[in-house]
Ligand binder design. Structure first.
Ligand SMILES: NC(=O)c1ccc[n+]([C@@H]2O[C@H](COP(=O)([O-])OP(=O)(O)OC[C@H]3O[C@@H](n4cnc5c(N)ncnc54)[C@H](O)[C@@H]3O)[C@@H](O)[C@H]2O)c1
Length: 441
């Protein structure tokens, strides 16, 4: 595969539906890194190394020096929002980054003005923005989004484009017959069927143009058979859903450790308070439900109570999110975990994570954008399960349970990169070190 990966030449356009807290923190961060006034901490593509070959070879290149990724200086940002604020205004309103940093990157941020959104108020009731496209049918809306993308590409002289959804969480709904095949989906677009969410319209538009699409929110979006079909047809990578940050990140770090040591878990109560616009949207029960389903799925998969009933059969798992304006983007989460050990003796773990939601999400969004561009150039299409590492509710092939354990996800990601570049996969078996010793004796 190595020789067939197209080089990352020219500019990469990253187009983002939803220029809110996460997107503006990403854009401002990339501009600050370009200026040399900040570090892209939390981004594997920029900061991490990868081991190659045997441990004794001592080869640990940076991921960005190992695989051909777009350089940050070649990135151009754009996007859509239901509010007209440019990215500098939106970032200032989001109050994630301090004024000093924002002022240093004011010019490039002010230059990014959102395109009008493909929006449906029924999917996000707590938003009242008016910067919205008019349309005859949803198919017409999809065509308008396609035109936005191709116009942007021409105007900014981009060699390639990727789209990453950083829009609000849409209301909960399950897939139905209009989502099963591409033909049914396209008919539903023509019929302006209620079951086609705005995020699906962006996804359809991108995939139709062969542009990778990743989804940072828990909405279904590309996680439906019709859009998986389209992604294969146009040979385009897709990934979703829901950036893994904050509390769920902690959960998928800690739970594999408890499981690894065969410690039992009786209860896991997780509560969050946050006061940003995301928190306000999630204050609506229909939107919260989408998030809840995404957050609840992780423990079941890691603990597998069906094969470990003595340890996890009675696990009570509860997740709450409350809107609390004084905290802004600084989400606070508490976890109370009731565990038990040898002979059933009980213990407790308490986690109080005072996190910054968008500070954790921005590098995840950057890596997803850069890796989905890499995947496209490497000829990979359809669901990119190796990107599960970044996602709370990873999209998988039908019937395949997702992998939530962050350590397994990391091994999968790293081995995929090694595979792409023709390097040996690393199993961590290590017996050969000792066999060599025995043979040489
Ligand atoms: N911050 C995190 O740690 C984190 C983690 C996981 C998932 N997410 C998800 O990422 C998304 C973005 O989070 P955020 O904190 O930036 O939220 P935000 O509310 O600050 O930004 C979302 C933006 O999307 C816009 N929007 C909504 N519908 C749109 C549409 N149809 N077209 C274009 N724009 C639209 C809104 O106007 C808003 O500006 C949310 O869905 C959130 O649940 C965030």
């Amino acid at each position: 595969m190595k020789n067939s990966i197209k080089p990352a030449e020219g500019k990469l356009g990253i187009l983002i539906p939803g220029l809110g807290a996460v997107a503006t923190t990403l854009i401002a961060g990339v501009e600050a890194v370009k200026l040399g006034i900040a570090q892209p901490i939390g981004s594997l593509t920029q900061m991490s190394n990868i081991r190659l070959g045997k441990r004794t070879e001592n080869r640990y290149p940076k991921i960005k020096d190992f695989v051909p990724l777009a350089d940050l200086s070649d990135i151009v940002f754009g996007g859509w929002d239901v509010y007209e604020d440019n990215v500098f205004e939106a970032a200032s309103n989001a109050k994630v980054l301090d004024a000093g940093l924002l002022n240093a990157v004011k010019a490039p941020l002010e230059a990014i003005k959102p395109m009008k959104a493909a929006f449906d108020h029924n999917y996000v009731k707590n938003l009242d923005g008016k910067h919205i496209k008019q349309f005859t049918t949803k198919y017409d809306l999809a065509e308008q989004v396609m035109k936005d993308i191709t116009d942007f590409q021409k105007e900014h002289n981009c060699d390639r484009i990727v789209v990453i959804w950083c829009g609000s969480t849409e209301i909960y709904f399950e897939e139905s017959e209009v989502h099963q095949t591409l033909a049914a989906f396209e008919q539903a677009l023509h019929d302006s069927d209620d079951r086609i969410a705005p995020s699906m319209i962006y996804a359809y538009a991108a995939l139709k143009l062969g542009i990778p699409f990743t989804n940072g929110a828990p909405n279904l979006t590309v996680d439906i058979p019709a859009l998986v079909e389209l992604s294969k047809l146009t040979e385009t990578p897709i990934a979703g859903k829901d950036f893994k940050t904050g509390q769920t990140l902690m959960k998928t770090i800690l739970a594999p450790g408890l499981h690894a040591r065969a410690l039992g878990v009786k209860g896991w109560f997780s509560t969050n308070i946050l006061g940003n616009r995301d928190g306000w949207v999630l204050d609506d029960p229909d939107n919260f439900k989408t998030k809840e389903v995404s957050k609840l799925s992780v423990l079941e998969e890691i603990f597998k109570p069906e094969i470990n009933p003595e340890l996890y059969g009675d696990l009570y798992h509860k997740v709450r999110i409350n809107y609390y304006p004084p905290h802004g983007d600084n989400k606070e989460s508490w976890d109370n975990i009731d565990i038990f050990g040898w002979l059933g003796y009980q213990m407790q773990i308490k986690i109080n994570f005072l996190c910054r939601d968008s500070i954790l999400a921005a590098p995840v969004a950057l890596d997803l954008a850069l890796f989905s561009d890499l995947a496209k150039r490497a000829g990979m299409s359809g669901i990119q399960e190796w990107l599960s590492f970044y996602l709370k509710s990873p999209q998988t092939a039908p019937g395949l349970p997702p992998e939530h354990d962050i350590f397994k996800q990391l091994i999968k990601l790293q081995n995929t990169l090694r595979h792409m570049m023709g390097e040996d996969l690393i199993t961590h078996l290590g017996l050969d070190y000792y066999q060599d010793l025995v043979e040489s004796m």
